[in-house]
Design a protein around this ligand. Structure first.
Ligand code: D41
Length: 673
């Protein structure tokens, strides 16, 4: 062996190891720059000595030229389909059939796996080298997509480890993560190309490219869940151990796979994963249960192309088809007009849905939704239902275009849509009852002035009875007026007045947040309070440039603030609240640029649910030690404090290598003297 070929072997082994850590284990072992250096060195050596290039070299993932068409591939072992169950009863019936057929009354062990919503593929390895990959097709014959599958970085071109069978067909699901999908559509928008409807379609489109160079640019991933043909070597005789063996050979297996006992175990797993579903970075549409013992699987066999030993337990569909019966325009707290489609009621995502947001007029125009259209609605988790797209083939002649009304449906004032802005707004502000209600609810909410007893229903009553026209009117209410309201007794009127009175002793940041300036959230309000030293006059006098000096404040927020304080009505309101009514706040001793406190100079982001305190309390504790709390993570964040059910922020922190603290870490940190 020459020294070049030795070095080439060495580089390939290193790169394979890093690929495995990065793409299969999701746990990068070296910085990107180091990886790039190894790859560049390998490419250089292979370019010098092309005779040393082998098909399993990490440089050879992408083929040279596009195919004319896909070749047909016959699967050595057919790719079966899955039967379905939709309820606990059907799951119990499945389990009973399994036991009856096995003539076995003991509890069955099942291997439970999230059911990825992607495309099934079969990948054949000979002597551990990837030689062919195919789509499922009709189960017997699929299409040869070898070149495309080779571009998927979590698919090893060469298996690692011991006792690899001479022939091994691996079955798995190819998919695109939610994040990858969002990125693809962002790129598509930038290049004025058509967007993909969902990650599954994006994955299907990417996998069926005749030019593998295009596939290589798509963020495809794989989870392996089974095998087809196995020759010249063996596999463990239970499914769970078999998946572990696949992992040892370098194949990527879903980390949530679990061995469970009986129907009860299956059901518990189903509920657990359903809870996790929205937080997962990939789409799943159910759970697959598989009888774990291979011996039982063989005994059970299959019927009409589906194994008797496995079934898919589907989640309630998150997308359904229905009719748009009409359109309603809702007016939000800031006057934003949101078009809402009134739907023929449809059961989707576990509930009956009769309204779906269309977000704004840009969306209506982009999706070209019309009254009378058949549409796909989506309700994922607790997210507001939305119209995904129109089923154009079903558009009737009578379908009517949706037009933005000229007048606000709540107050009949003018609606304006500023050029280049997606959002249309009612210009009436406090004189629009919808905006007035929204503003009051926001002002009274827990995170703002926290006025106990002033709930949504009461606000509606007060505004409709014209007792309150702006925030300052709250402080002019009296017991007689209040106790005359429906469902309001003397005692609750007194309690409410007390709570309103109490709110006069305020916290500046909460007051500022409560004013409802567009896009000034809690964290921004706190940053503003600190920067302007709890002085309303200083804040009101600040120009956009000054405002942008504040952390968390960008050009848009700065503009919103300046705009807010340029309105005569807002200045009058603040004057009346602060000077006449007497809302006031303490100025913390260590305000301004004071740098005492062990956390000064540090910036934290909070996410997830904490067990021993609210996020508000945690933020206060951090600030009390001089630290800052902001809402979004950047590379300048000192640390992320992550509680239970931390979602995308946790992933972002890991990506940006921002340290992650647990609740215990935080407690230890803020308790230091
Ligand atoms: O995650 C999946 N989509 C998935 C699909 C899975 N986890 N396991 C599966 N197991 C099978 C059997 C039991 C037949 C080996 C499957 C599929 N089949 C499957 N995917 C598409 C058709 C069938």
């Amino acid at each position: 062996m020459t020294s070049d070929s030795k070095r080439i072997d060495d580089l390939r082994a290193q790169i394979r190891k890093h690929d495995y850590s990065y793409y299969v284990l999701d746990d990068p072992s070296v910085p990107d720059a180091e990886y790039d250096r190894l790859m560049r060195e390998l490419i250089a050596l292979e370019t010098q000595s092309p005779e040393l290039i082998t098909s399993d070299s990490p440089t050879q993932r992408v083929a040279g030229s596009p195919l004319e068409s896909f070749k047909q591939v016959k699967h050595a072992v057919p790719m079966l389909s899955l039967s379905n169950v939709f309820s606990l009863e059907e799951l119990e019936a499945f389990d009973k059939r399994v036991k009856d057929r096995l003539d076995n009354n003991e509890r069955i062990d099942y291997n439970a796996e999230p059911k990825l919503d992607g495309l099934a593929v079969s990948i054949r390895y000979e002597h551990g080298l990837l030689v062919q990959a195919a789509t499922r097709g009709d189960g017997n014959t699929g299409e040869d997509i070898t070149e495309n599958v080779r571009t998927i970085r979590s698919v090893p071109l060469k298996l690692k480890g011991k006792n690899i069978p001479r022939q091994l067909e691996v079955r798995g699901e190819v998919f695109i993560s939610k994040k990858g999908f969002a990125q693809m559509n962002q790129d598509a928008r930038k290049n004025e190309q058509k967007e993909f409807v969902n990650p599954r379609n994006a994955a299907a489109g990417s996998l069926r490219q005749l030019d593998a160079r295009l596939t290589a640019k798509r963020p495809l991933e794989i989870f392996c869940y089974g095998v087809g043909l196995v020759e010249g070597g063996g596999l463990p005789n239970d499914h769970n151990a078999m998946l572990k063996q696949l992992k040892q050979w370098g194949l990527r297996v879903c980390p949530l796979v679990e061995l469970v006992k009986g129907v009860q175990g299956c059901w518990k797993f189903y509920e657990k994963i359903q809870q996790l579903r929205e937080q997962l970075d990939y789409e799943i549409d159910g759970i697959v249960y598989k009888v774990n013992l291979k011996q039982y699987q063989d005994e059970l066999g299959f019927v009409s192309r589906a194994p008797r030993w496995a079934t898919a337990h589907k989640f309630p569909a998150q997308e359904e088809i229905t009719l748009v019966n009409g359109i309603e325009f809702q007016v939000g707290r800031t006057g934003a007009i949101t078009p809402v489609a009134k739907l023929e009621p449809v059961f989707v995502g576990g509930v009956t849905v009769s309204n779906a947001t269309l977000h704004n007029m840009d969306e209506v125009e982009r999706k070209d939704v019309r009254i009378g259209d058949t549409v796909i609605v989506r309700r994922a988790g607790d997210v507001i239902p939305e119209v995904v797209k129109v089923v154009l083939e079903r558009r009737s002649k009578g379908a009517r275009k949706i037009k933005l009304p000229k007048k606000c449906p709540e107050c009949a004032n003018e609606i304006v849509r500023v050029e280049d802005e997606a959002v249309a707004r009612c210009i009436a502000e406090f004189s629009c009852p919808a905006q007035c209600k929204g503003a009051l609810k926001h002002y009274a909410s827990r995170k703002a002035m926290d006025i106990e007893g002033l709930g949504d229903k009461l606000v509606d009553q007060l505004v409709e009875a014209k007792l309150v026209k702006d925030l300052s009117d709250l402080y002019r209410l009296d017991e007689d007026t209040l106790s005359n309201l429906e469902r309001m007794g003397k005692k609750s009127a007194q309690n409410l007045l007390q709570a309103i009175e109490k709110s006069k002793q305020a916290n500046f940041a909460k007051f500022l947040f409560g004013l409802g300036i567009r896009e000034v959230g809690e964290a921004t309000a706190i940053a503003l309070a600190e920067y302007f030293e709890y002085d309303m006059k200083k804040l009101m006098a600040a120009d956009e440039e000054t405002l942008q000096q504040v952390s968390d404040v960008g050009p848009i927020v700065a503009k919103n603030i300046v705009q807010y304080f340029s309105h005569e009505a807002n200045i009058r309101l603040i004057h009346s609240l602060c000077d006449e009514i007497g809302i006031s706040w303490d100025v913390p001793e260590s305000s301004g640029t004071d740098s005492a406190g062990i956390l000064s100079g540090n910036t934290y982001v909070l996410t997830g649910t904490l067990a021993s305190m609210t996020r508000d309390q945690a933020a206060q504790a951090i600030r009390a030690k001089g630290g800052k709390v902001v809402s979004s993570i950047s590379k300048n964040t000192t640390a992320l404090v992550a509680g239970e059910k931390a979602g995308s922020k946790l992933q972002k922190a890991e990506k940006l290598a921002v340290p992650v603290l647990s609740e215990q870490d935080l407690i230890a940190l803020v308790n230091v003297e």
